[in-house]
Design a protein around this ligand. Structure first.
Ligand SMILES: C[S@@+](CC[C@H](N)C(=O)[O-])C[C@H]1O[C@@H](n2cnc3c(N)ncnc32)[C@H](O)[C@@H]1O
Length: 307
């Protein structure tokens, strides 16, 4: 018997008959509603993307490992994909704490990035591609997603997951340095201490950069129980002509970004977290000579400022 793409979750090889597929589509619609409610986001296009994209296609064969409060990771009871439709992290490389991210966090960030049909989106730290697929769904056939992953094994899985999909190009490399075409959205999914030059250079006028900034406490064990607001912050950066408008979106703890971390910016970031006031930031500057009173974060060659 030949199986249609709808019957097989390709990377899991698990057979799903038509009835199971239809049930799963209903589960996915409910999941999308819960995810957007948890994100406090009302965005029909984001909801439709979460309802359409099959998470099981990307995460390899089940049972899947999910981090829980009680124990670091707990396996799902079986390989039934229904378990993936929770607002929860799923382990990708558990030994490194590398996970498929929290759906409601991504719903909030993707709504802020607002990818539109026809846009070029660059996704940095794509992992195995679940959120790249959500972005590809939103930009549609006339748009393009460039998905970049640093880890060689994950980059191979990313490319395999999108084989033959014309609106997505998977690249292995350092997303803080690799060349890419000018973008309407740059969606970074790893913790930097500073915006990489190429992210700002290649942002089109009107373009949106989603920028997670983390101190050295922004990932892993947190024995001192530092509140998440002091560990990391995601900013939305929007280019308007020569200006870079900046707005705090969310606190975050996230896997570090290779190639976009330096000690001077980390120091400035740690000091800024301690000081507070991130919600008043309105501008990103690519210079380091602004008066301290104007800045939330004042690094040697860039700043996040109040005006
Ligand atoms: C928190 S994981 C998220 C993976 C994916 N977005 C998901 O939610 O399934 C962060 C990913 O960023 C990747 N990464 C770190 N630095 C990177 C860089 N400079 N360029 C591209 N990918 C990077 C890591 O290898 C890891 O896969």
């Amino acid at each position: 018997m030949t199986l249609t793409p709808e019957q097989v979750a390709p990377q899991t090889g698990r057979f799903l008959d038509r009835m199971e597929q239809e049930e799963l589509a209903i589960v996915r619609r409910a999941y999308a509603k819960h995810v957007l409610a948890n994100a406090n986001v009302d965005d029909a296009r984001v909801e439709a993307a979460f309802a359409a994209v099959r998470r099981e296609h990307f995460l390899g064969p089940g049972p899947w490992q999910m981090p829980r409060w009680t124990r670091p990771y707990v396996p799902t009871p079986t390989d039934d994909p229904v378990y993936l439709y929770q607002d929860a992290l799923v382990g990708i490389i558990q030994e490194r704490g590398l996970n498929n991210g929290q759906p409601s966090l991504h719903a909030m960030l993707i709504a802020a990035a607002a990818p539109r049909p026809g846009d070029h989106v660059v996704h940095i730290g794509a992992g195995v591609g679940y959120y790249s697929a959500i972005l590809a769904h939103m930009v549609g056939d006339t748009g393009q997603v460039t998905a970049i992953e640093f880890d060689g094994g994950l980059a191979e899985r990313l490319a395999a997951n999108f084989a033959g999909q014309p609106n997505l190009r998977a690249l292995k490399g350092d997303g803080a340095r690799i060349e890419f075409d000018p973008a309407d959205v740059i969606y970074v999914n790893a913790g930097a201490t500073r915006p990489a030059d190429i992210w700002l250079d290649r942002l089109n006028d009107g373009g949106r950069l989603i920028l997670p900034l983390t101190s050295d406490n922004g990932f892993g064990e947190n024995p001192e129980n530092i509140p998440i607001q002091w560990r990391g912050a995601v900013f939305g950066i929007k280019r308007r002509g020569n200006e870079l408008l900046a707005k705090w979106i969310s606190a975050v703890a996230i896997f570090p970004c290779e190639g976009a971390r330096d000690a001077a910016s980390e120091g400035a970031l740690a000091a800024a977290f301690e000081k507070g006031g991130w919600e008043r930031v309105t501008r990103l500057y690519r210079r380091g000579d602004l008066p301290d009173e104007q800045c939330w974060l004042n690094a040697p060659d860039w700043a996040l400022a109040y005006g």
